[in-house]
Design a protein around this ligand. Structure first.
Ligand code: AHR
Length: 508
């Protein structure tokens, strides 16, 4: 074994917690060109659409089996009043989107349009309710409008607006970033409000609703502690998490301070590693938030939803600074693959994660040319596609040995990230080589079951900053990987420098 070789020991017969498909969730805010020009072009557009929703965007997201979509924000959610977004589109109230570009929002994309989008995507709606500037009554009536079947006042209003049957809304957000744009609240104050608002987000008919209270900013463990303290006793196995069922946590990856977050496609070797070590920080964040939660909730009744994560770079030159439009390179793809490894390892607590954001904003899956132009799949999109085999599979522990580390910004960065899962007679192993220059071989020491078939795919490019454009849409795209061989311990896999590799196994 050379020093360019590491080992990953995997017990294929010891399945762990289920990796919820909802950690592959998405987020679409009324921000820049995410909703308008991203998802929504309007029914009269020349761009192929279904009732105003871009067909190519829907097809691309169905291909990665998008499990849920969070909407309408983000910060926008705490300014949003849902009644402005129902009824005839040309008569809807207008408002100022003060967080994002100070532009006028005409509310042409509202509740019915969002639910139609989720139906086209076959994705579970995750509605983020307004605590910051809304009211308990407003939130209570919104879920009644959406999910009630009889002739209640809100159900009747929905029917008058053209929708007979109630929808199902399985996920509901109680506020967003309540410590910041969602009201600048103190943790104790928000904990009380979260209990109150959650009480009125009722389960109408058979619509079971999972309520997610606005959680911590990155390493604010005391916010998590305060929310956990607000639950009634969870120390018994038969206790129920109520009135809300999960907390969120937000963490963004950038290489500099908020005033200069780094460039999406022009970065130094040092900035490559800075981004990756900051992505690796998610491991510590989840470990420490989980430790706090374990103290109050040993049976893990309360979920943790990382409902905003991803890279946040300086906007592309010449674009509106309030629109958060950024390119997406191979580096973003590896940030994503590392995050998923971390989510898989924490699948006993992490019930959901939502990358920010799906189209044209921050670490997007899809970039569209302005005014309904061409669609580009980003390198991050391909990681989501390569990982669909992990959805609802059982996590497998991966014991890595012989992985070199780098000291970056005072933190230790292992140069290989890995995770694995199994479902029935198959398994999927994810391997990321973070080394900017050196390839590496990983021996997969596969124990407990026989491997009867295998295949591998790789996502990489010649340059670290490689990215996809309309002119070069396949600059970073997965291909079949033939760097995989039989080994006495199992298999041997070559990881090119700066690459993401998935290995699919057939098991007997
Ligand atoms: O995703 C962009 C913004 O980041 C969201 O609106 C907010 O919740 C967070 O600060």
């Amino acid at each position: 074994m050379t020093s360019d070789t590491s080992t990953a020991i995997i017990d294929l017969d010891i399945p762990g917690a289920t990796i919820s498909r909802h950690v592959y969730g998405h987020f679409a805010e009324h921000l820049g060109r995410c909703i308008y020009d991203g998802f929504w072009v309007g029914p009269d557009s020349d761009v192929p659409n279904e009732g105003g929703i871009r067909r190519d965007v829907v097809d691309a997201l169905r291909a990665i089996r998008i499990p849920n979509l969070r909407w309408p924000g983000g910060c926008f959610a705490d300014d949003y009043h849902w009644r402005d977004g129902i009824g005839p589109r040309d008569q809807r109230a207008r408002m100022v989107n003060s967080h994002w570009g100070d532009v006028v929002e005409d509310n042409s994309f509202g509740t019915h349009e969002f639910m139609a989008l989720c139906e086209l995507l076959d994705a579970a709606p995750y509605v983020s309710g307004n605590v910051g500037s809304g009211s308990v009554q407003e939130m209570s009536e919104w879920i009644e409008y959406l999910t009630r079947g009889d002739d209640s006042p809100m159900a009747a209003l929905r029917r008058a607006n053209g929708r007979e049957e109630p929808w199902r809304v399985p996920f509901w957000g109680i506020g967003n970033e309540a410590w910041g744009c969602g009201g600048n609240l103190r943790a104790e104050q928000f904990a009380s409000l979260a209990r109150q608002y959650s009480t009125y987000v009722r389960a109408h008919g058979d619509n079971e609703v999972y309520r997610i209270a606005a959680g911590a900013n990155s390493d604010d463990y005391s916010w998590t502690e305060t929310l956990m303290r607000s639950f009634d006793d969870l120390s018994r196995a038969d206790a129920t998490a109520a009135p809300f069922q999960a907390l969120s946590m937000h963490y963004y990856t950038m290489t500099g301070p908020w005033s200069d977050k780094g460039n999406a496609t022009q970065f130094s070797r040092d900035e490559w590693y800075t981004a990756l070590v900051r992505a690796h920080h998610m491991e510590e964040l989840l470990t420490r938030h989980s430790t706090v939660m374990d103290r109050y909730d040993p049976y893990k009744k309360v979920g943790l939803a990382v409902d905003e994560w991803g890279t946040w770079w300086n906007v592309e030159p010449g674009t509106n600074p309030g629109f958060l439009y950024q390119q997406n390179s191979l580096r973003d793809a590896l940030v994503a693959s590392m995050h998923f490894d971390t989510f898989h390892r924490h699948s006993d607590r992490v019930v959901m994660a939502n990358i920010a954001q799906t189209v044209n904003v921050l670490q997007a899956m899809l970039l569209t040319e302005p005014e309904g132009g061409a669609l580009v799949l980003t390198p991050t999109y391909h990681v989501f596609e390569m990982n669909t085999g992990h959805h609802d599979a059982a996590a497998l522990d991966v014991h890595l040995q012989g992985v070199p580390t780098l000291q970056v910004d005072g933190r230790e960065l292992p140069l290989v990230s890995a995770s694995a899962s199994t479902k029935g007679d198959s398994a999927l192993v994810s391997l990321t080589n973070l080394d900017a220059e050196q390839g590496r071989t990983v021996v997969l020491d596969l124990r407990g079951r026989n491997v009867v078939g295998r295949s591998a795919r790789v996502l990489t490019a010649g340059a670290l900053e490689a990215h996809n454009t309309v002119g070069e849409p396949q600059a970073v795209a997965p291909v079949v990987h033939d760097g995989i061989r039989q080994h006495e311990a199992g298999l041997e896999v070559d990881l090119p420098a700066h690459s993401y590799v998935t290995v699919s196994l057939d098991l007997a």
